[in-house]
Design a protein around this ligand. Sequence first.
Ligand code: ADP
Ligand code: MG
Length: 260
Amino acid sequence: MNAPLLALDGVSKTYQENGQIVPAVTGISFSVADGEFVTLIGPSGCGKSTLFNLIVGLSNPDEGEIRLAGKVVRRRTGLFGYMPQRDLLLPWRTVLGNAILGPELSGEDLKAARREAVSLLPLFGLEGFGDAYPATLSGGMRQRAALLRTFLCHRDVMLLDEPFGALDAMTRRDLQGWLLGIWRQFNKTILFITHDVEEALFLSTRVIVLSPRPGRVALDLPIDLPQPREANTLVSARFVELKAHLLSTLDKKGRFSTLT
Ligand SMILES: Nc1ncnc2c1ncn2[C@@H]1O[C@H](COP(=O)(O)OP(=O)(O)O)[C@@H](O)[C@H]1O
Ligand SMILES: [Mg+2]
């Protein structure tokens, strides 16, 4: 059997805070296969963003290993598309100026990057807004522009840290369907973070529930809802069943209840 695209094996990370040692995550193991849509869910402060920073190589685990296609790769930065939590567009740049930041920073041909960005504007719901500044856009459009920027880094694996967290429910629902379209059309592998159980279920092929800090894997649940996901998915008996299962692990207040 081929090694998975990405594997975390016993990963732990501790921070020092005012001279105190704060364990953020401990003993995290899971793997992600090519083409999966895997969502991490867990209470605030359980180490979700920490895990993303570790995976993309912005920091290294204190213990454990991160393997890509079976190999430990020390220099992992540049291998992933990463949209960090509270990712901000540069306010002094237009949508297109923001979108091409990745290629620009890695010294690629700017004209080609711009052409590609322009050609993708309709798909990202930004047609006619290439020259608009972020402040003039709706929240949903800003998030789509930030996603376009991540997308234009041309990586097969994209890590998206609560990209829809600040949006109203309707916009969120629209963007979830749209993101699934992008995932399918371009055969991406997506790692996603959310606080929202329904969002996790609707989007994912697998959901990983983390316990409160220090985060551990409390549940690693394949989501066997039929593809493509659609409005009906949200009211199907299986959806409700899976939701109950997730909520019994992670109750609404974000507390950790015992697992079965
Ligand atoms: N750079 C850092 N230095 C010190 N503590 C940190 C740092 N980053 C995160 N933490 C702490 O680690 C814990 C996990 O944080 P984080 O990964 O952001 O959680 P989540 O994304 O699940 O809300 C929190 O207690 C947070 O305060
Ligand atoms: Mg976070």
